[in-house]
Ligand binder design. Sequence first.
Ligand code: M6R
Length: 369
Amino acid sequence: EKGGYSSFMAKEIDDQPQAVGDTLLGRTNEKGDLILDDLRIDEATLRTIDKIIVIACGTAAYAGHVAKYAIEHWCRIPVEVELAHEFRYRDPIVTSKTLVVAISQSGETMDTLMAVRHAQEQGAKVISIVNTHGSTIPRESDAVLYTHAGPEIAVASTKAFVSQITATYLLGLYLAQLRGNMFRDEIQAILTELRAMPAKLKEVLDRSEHVREVARSMADATSVLFLGRHVGYPIALEGALKLKELAYIHAEGFAAGELKHGPIALIEEGQPVIIIVPSPRGRDSLHAKVISNIQEVRARGAHTLVIAEDGDTDVEAFADEVFWVPQAPTLMSPLLTVLPLQVFAAELAGAKGLDIDQPRNLAKSVTVE
Ligand code: M6R
């Protein structure tokens, strides 16, 4: 079933262009408008929603974190993202106007399931974004949006993650369409950008040999830091999680803006730092700010590995290595920038002789609290 690959994870990494394509498939009618058939919550209810809370664990929670940037931007609805096990044990403000979005690859994560029940008891409607058909979480939700990524076997989540981001984007655009937050043409333009993503994911994967070489040369690393900003921030967290679970290396992700508020004290000669650089074509001055962060850590001896967009020559002066990704709109970029991080973690773990599909102490789905 590994289709000639050395591990399920290697196959699932390569399956990602297809996974994103499949998540997008069949979601529009002949006029090109979004139709999310399995959303059995009536439109009137969805129009009255005044807050969204995303609940999930691990990688699925990072997908939710990315979704917050997009959905708040498109729909002007406040979005909170909360780890399911935290949500459940506090006293969250949930009303009948709250839409809870539960994200789970397996659909069986106990913490997430309990949080779904907790939300429903307080009158919230729950939409789940799930990969596994017929699993418990979608059965108990008011509505489900399946990701259609295909079965994910490796413990470390990869293709489910890019599909989850894609599905949350479809949900965000659907809500914007329903609530009239955006013009039809704007929604169509974003859908066109989304449909262009699978080919770009493929392009990133085709370039992964350089990432592999660098990863193999770092098999002795004892700590790796990840920096990102805006949608690159949850990707930094996800990159760090992949490295912890697969290669058993201490890894931490930070919002790049936090650097001077503490983490920069960690930087010493040779400390590897992976930096996800926002597009220079994006709004605001985020690009310039992250370039200064690279400069700051480099000046203190960091070994800088940079993920940057094609044509971004500004990064070259301060990067020891650059992993290039094709140009894409800012909100689409997480689908690309996460790929080198997955390849990096898998390759480094392989170089250490570790079992990539079955890391120690972990289970594919955590069905206990
Ligand atoms: O099946 P779920 O998406 O609910 O699982 C959530 C987490 O347990 C999962 O993403 C975990 O963090 C992965 N091992 C990450 O690679």
